[in-house]
Write a protein that binds this ligand. Structure first.
Ligand code: AMP
Length: 289
């Protein structure tokens, strides 16, 4: 596994593979890797011949009051995990490599990023779309894999690729969870024991929504009450958004629900913000118990 930090060397590597007729897969991350990230590498390996993983804590997707400076980092551990997972290269650029001095160009996906996380983090998706566009131009992937854990991010990137006529296939991979159902996240490391206990409610709330739909509930308001009920009354958890939206354009779900909609939740455990989502029926990686 080769490690690259310069734009021109990783791009040249990707071009060399393409000249050999190999398909290049790409998994962008902010590092501090867990099994969720590794599942994306596995998925990319199934769809390509050489997988490139990037590790870059992107400053433009953090608001000034967010955790950019204390975001967890472990390059040594990450490189070992990426190597063991079978990736061919790791791209680890310094900030100046992706944001040349005086950079003033940004990519904005408008409507899709206004709801959900876009309300709580108004500048977040502009930073995400911009850095992913830059990374795609550098890595030149044939296929890129994103987790459904950040579902709004996935559909935002798919829309950007479509709107900007980029030649990359964007695949969404299932959410990987801890045994008790909490979606894996690099930020889970911030949680105290009592916060970690309350954080289970996110996944439990999604499960209750799916159960209510399976039992015949078709009214969005009633379903959302079930979700809110599960999140409320917890000492260490403050609910953020609780919403039902369609899975493609993220429009607010209409009655009667047909099961293709998704439930989206966010919550604050102290300073730590967690998100989760699940479809009302079908495709899902929620543990059964
Ligand atoms: P991050 O390092 O948090 O920016 O995440 C990098 C990629 O990993 C994104 O596409 C995320 O959606 C994905 N990811 C993060 N956590 C999970 C998880 N628990 N299951 C699946 N994918 C995940």
């Amino acid at each position: 596994m080769n490690i690259f930090s310069e734009v021109h060397t990783i791009r040249e590597q990707s071009r060399a593979w393409k000249r050999q007729g190999l398909r290049v897969g790409f998994v962008p991350t902010m590092g501090y890797l867990h099994e969720g990230h590794l599942s994306l590498i596995e998925c990319a390996l199934q769809h390509s011949d050489r997988v490139i993983v990037s590790i870059f804590v992107n400053p433009t997707q953090f608001a000034p009051d967010e955790d950019l400076d204390r975001y967890p980092r472990d390059h040594e551990g990450d490189i070992k995990k990426i190597t063991d997972a079978g990736a061919a290269a790791c791209f680890l650029p310094p900030v100046e490599a992706l944001y040349p001095e005086g950079a003033q160009t940004f990519v904005e996906v408008k409507e899709l990023t206004r709801a959900l996380c876009g309300v709580e983090r108004p500048t977040h998706f502009r930073g995400v779309a911009t850095v992913v566009a830059k990374l795609f131009h550098i890595v030149l992937p044939d296929v890129a894999v994103f987790g459904k854990k950040d579902y709004q991010q996935l559909v935002t990137i798919q829309r950007m690729v479509r709107d900007l006529l980029m030649e990359v296939e964007v695949i969404g991979a299932p959410i990987v969870r801890e045994e008790d159902g909490l979606a894996m996240s690099s930020r889970n490391v911030y949680l105290s024991d009592v916060q970690r206990e309350d954080a289970r409610a996110l996944n439990q709330a999604l499960k209750l929504a799916r159960q209510a739909f399976a039992s015949g509930e078709r009214a969005p308001a009633a379903l959302l009450d079930v979700v809110r009920g599960q999140l409320s009354g917890r000492e260490h958890l403050r609910p953020g958004y609780v919403e039902l939206r369609d899975s493609f354009a993220l429009h607010t779900a209409q009655e009667p629900l047909d099961g293709t909609e998704r439930v989206f939740v966010s919550a604050y455990l102290g300073q730590t913000r967690l998100i989760d989502n699940a479809p009302l029926s079908g495709e899902c990686s929620l543990p059964e118990s």
